[in-house]
Design a protein around this ligand. Structure first.
Ligand code: PHE
Ligand code: ZN
Length: 880
């Protein structure tokens, strides 16, 4: 029996007694309550009679008693918004079934049974995009985490692994292509213009990895020969009009397959690998066994419609989903609390892959920027949770930056301590030992401990404790003193010291040289490390390469950061030093508590440091572009207990304007030099495009009137989306005549191209324009806006929620707009609606009147009737 979800669990929990009186009666699922499934389903056969309006599903489950679980007379089969049309047991109609809430209970006397259930679905009204749904005339599925129960009744939990046989039939004209997991084992014509196909997946898998696609699709086909010499047929399925934009995805897939063989020793294990692109998708993509389903955003790319960033996104997500075939599918998760087992590991794998493809330093900086702008705020707010959460109400809410990105950082720390080779021994042992199993985070840690010969006893706290540790460092006479503190987070008031590895180097102030790097591991509240070879009065470079996901407070002498920004031989550390300088300056400008007042000399020094970045011929443009990017306001807000987002935003824009004026000639020269580089996907040309738009943004901040024609010229001359979007981004923020013309041109040029039109929405919603709120309101009424399409919703409202000067407008109108969206979207697509709660959830950390206005909107949402479990959980945590 699925103890974790039975009402008795909730009844036994004193906290639930009160909640049960509320309309939502949320059930809290706890990690500690895990029990093994009472029944296993070694085999399942599914028969689909497909139609967009009505689809009939008949399942045949071979169920056997789990000898390792408590005996029960019933099998619990989860359901969600479905009804059993018929239930057969061992071939005969079964009368003794009951419903327990959404779940179907079927009694079984012996040790095994054959259960057959019929359900009926209406894919074209399934706006939640979970289960079987329609998108642009095709049918597709999304089952992670709990979507399979919207298709048929099943023990819908990842520790029940089955081999699947899937037969689909439907109209041959509407659904010429019929795909499912594994290999195709048969197909044929039927009467009345219908046809069928059957697929079989030999690898036992949990239900969340089931997938089906039916539609009028075409494929880019290719093949890959594995390290053992097997040939795999590869196909990327899209609508016909998109076929010309699939080559980059295919190239990325082949590179990923090769890289996983070389780097982790992992070979692909089926004869075919299919990828399908769909326009309506809640997330980025899904690793269904042998049949990955992707958001079009992470498949389609050509120079005209995709930016360099989009190209990287496709490469990274293709790799991520492909890598899941081992870290996720061959070894899956025992329960959803273990989500980081597959996600943290797979993110680390895709990051390492992209580092190898794109260059290590730039990729590392980008990953850390995302971590700090998204995960750090999560970890310091009401939604903070450990990478292995202890409880949830709706698991969809835990597909978070903490589980994914911090999860990857935790594994990266293990790798830093073990070294690459020993870490690989650990992962080899993990894959070997748990192949075919549903494993836990603990299983992973134990495999690394044994395989890599590493003691991770105390390190396990990274799985248990939420919050970003704060480390203070001071170097004196060759002695490095470190202290750490892990802040309190919801439900975790007291914390134990973490194991914090830090790569450290000391620099000689006179020669600018370091005496080499070493790894120190801080595992107590306080510790000292003696550097025998330290030069007198050395400059400290610490947490190089961002060894640990912490925040740092370093006691520094004046000039240290400028020194490191100019001399550090770790590119990340050099970047970091400049960021620190900028942060110090901006906090002071914004009048943040405790910040040291700026003087003219500080500003001049910053100007020189940026000037040096512009002049440094040894830097390539990719890295130059990273160094020129000012820290995001979201990360600036993290530096203080209570932030004034508007003041920080203004300070940041002010610095941009000052630098743009101060370094005007050099930015103009940079823009001209970069504009002369012809389009290609080579690193050099990509770097040029990156600094080109940055130069434009600095110039525009300093002098809008002079920059607008330059931006319009870049827009008009663009032969690629990177330049065009960059120019439009700048123009969208300017109150200049060129703005309107460029926006109209872009919209007309890309009419009908959903991904490009998404950009058009996002650029306006994220713009620096003073009237951005009015623009967003107008755009919500635009003929191209659709609440049913998550990409479109995100392009308008996520861009807006991230736009500090719009979202945090003094009127409170920004908060109201986002709350309105949540209320409107919740009944349509709760999973996507709930994602918009987090920006409002920051209220406790925002200066007045912002904090109160944000809280009021959360309260307004909380008071609404019939809220989804998704949104209810996020709102109540945010207010709690
Ligand atoms: N498992 C997917 C990934 O990380 C993400 C996902 C989760 C997609 C839930 C859809 C639904 O690649
Ligand atoms: Zn993933």
């Amino acid at each position: 029996m699925d103890i974790a979800r039975t009402p008795s669990t909730a009844d036994g929990n004193p906290e639930m007694a009160d909640a049960a009186h509320e309309p939502h009666a949320p059930v809290t699922i706890r990690r500690a309550d895990y029990t093994p499934p009472a029944w296993l389903v070694p085999e399942i056969a599914l028969h689909f009679d497909l139609g967009a309006g009505a689809t009939t599903v008949r399942s045949e489950l071979k169920v056997v008693r789990n000898p390792e679980a408590e005996r029960t007379g019933n099998i619990r089969l989860n359901g969600d918004e479905i009804e059993p049309k018929s239930v057969l047991r061992n071939g005969a109609p079964c009368e003794s079934w009951t419903m327990d809430g959404n779940d179907l209970l079927v009694s079984i006397d012996g040790e095994e049974a054959l259960i057959s259930i019929t359900t009926e679905l209406a894919p074209d009204t399934n706006s939640k995009l979970m289960g079987l749904y329609a998108s642009n005339g095709m049918l597709c599925t999304q089952c992670e985490a709990e979507g399979f129960r919207r298709i048929t009744f099943f023990p819908d939990r990842p520790d029940v692994l089955s081999t699947y046989t899937v037969r689909m039939e439907g109209d041959a004209t509407t659904f010429p292509v019929l795909l499912s997991n594994g290999n195709k084992t048969g197909e044929g014509e039927l009467e009345g213009g219908r046809h069928w196909a059957e697929w079989h997946d030999p690898w036992p898998k949990p239900s969340y990895l089931f997938a089906l696609v039916a539609g009028d699709l075409v494929a880019l086909e290719d093949s890959f020969t594995t390290m053992s010499g097997r040939t795999i047929d590869l196909a990327i399925w899209v609508r016909e009009a998109d076929l010309g934009r699939t080559q980059h995805a295919m190239d990325s897939l082949k590179k990923s397959m090769k890289w996983d063989e070389e780097t982790f020793g992992r070979e692909y294990d089926l004869d075919v690998f299919n990828i399908v692109a769909v326009g309506d998708f809640n997330m980025g993509a899904m690793e269904n066994k042998g049949l990955n389903i992707f958001n079009t955003k992470y498949v389609l790319a050509d120079p005209e419609t995709a930016t360099d960033g989009d190209y990287d996104g496709v490469e990274g997500v293709i790799a991520h989903e492909y890598f899941h075939n081992w870290s996720g599918n061959r070894v899956t998760c025992r329960d959803w609390f273990q989500l980081s087992l597959k996600e943290g590991f797979t993110v680390l794998r895709d990051q390492l892959f992209s580092q190898d493809m794109q260059g290590e330093a730039v990729k590392r900086i980008e990953d850390v920027r995302v971590l700090r702008a998204v995960q750090f705020p999560e970890d310091s707010g009401p939604l903070a949770h450990p990478i292995r959460p202890d409880s949830y109400q709706e698991i969809s809410n835990f597909y978070t930056s903490t589980v994914y990105n911090k999860g990857a950082e935790v594994l990266r720390m293990m790798r830093s301590m073990a070294g690459e080779e020993r870490f690989r021994k650990g992962t080899d042992l993990y894959f070997d030992r748990h192949d075919g199993e549903a494993a836990t985070c603990e299983d992973f840690v134990r495999a690394i401990e044994e395989g890599a010969d590493l003691d991770l006893k105390q390190f396990r706290r990274w799985y248990e404790q939420a919050g970003t540790p704060r480390v203070s460092a001071a170097l004196k006479d060759g002695e490095l003193r470190l202290t750490q503190e892990v802040p309190a987070t919801p439900g975790q008031p007291d914390k134990q010291p973490m194991v914090i590895p830090l790569r450290v180097a000391l620099f000689d102030r006179d020669t600018g040289k370091s005496s080499g790097e070493r790894l120190v591991v801080l595992d107590r509240a306080e510790a000292s490390f003696k550097f025998e070879d330290a030069p007198a009065d050395a400059v400290l470079s610490i947490n190089r390469g961002f060894t640990s996901p912490i925040s740092l407070d370093v006691e520094r002498a004046a000039g240290d950061l400028l020194f490191l920004a100019a001399n550090d031989d770790d590119p990340f550390a050099r970047y970091e030093a400049l960021q620190e300088l900028v942060i110090e300056h901006l906090l002071a400008e914004a009048g943040a508590e405790g910040a040291v007042h700026n003087d003219a000399a500080d500003l001049a020094a910053l100007g020189e440091a940026f000037g040096a970045i512009l002049d440094d011929d040894a830097l390539d443009d990719q890295m130059r572009g990273e160094m020129l990017l000012l820290p995001p306001v979201a990360y600036l807000c993290e530096q203080v207990l209570v932030a004034d987002p508007v003041a920080l935003h203004k300070a940041r824009e002010g610095l941009k304007a000052w630098l743009g004026g101060e370094l005007r000639e050099r930015f103009e020269a940079l823009h001209a030099r970069a504009s002369a580089v012809p389009y290609s996907l080579e690193r050099k040309a990509r770097g040029a495009r990156k600094v080109k738009t940055q130069a434009l943004a600095y110039l525009a901040a300093a002098d809008a009137a002079a920059a607008a024609p330059r931006a319009k010229a870049q827009f008009d001359a663009a032969d690629n989306m990177t330049d065009r979007q960059g120019a439009l981004m700048v123009l969208a923020g300017l109150d200049r005549p060129e703005r309107k013309a460029a926006l109209a041109d872009f919209h007309e040029r890309f009419a009908g191209n959903d991904l490009a039109i998404d950009k058009w929405f996002a650029l306006q919603a994220g713009s620096l324009h003073p009237d951005v709120i009015e623009h967003v309101k107008d755009l919500a009424g635009h003929a191209d806006f659709r609440l049913t399409n998550p990409n479109r919703v995100r392009s308008l409202y996520m861009a807006f929620a991230a736009n500090k000067h719009g979202f945090h407008a003094e009127s409170g109108e920004g908060y109201r707009l986002v709350a309105d969206l949540i209320l409107q979207l919740d009944p349509i697509n709760p999973q996507t609606a709930a994602r918009f709660v987090a920006p409002l959830g920051r209220w406790r950390r925002m200066a007045e009147p912002h904090g109160t206005m944000m809280r009021e909107q959360l309260e307004r949402i909380a008071a609404a009737d019939g809220l989804s479990r998704d949104t209810y959980e996020q709102v109540s945590r945010s207010l709690g």
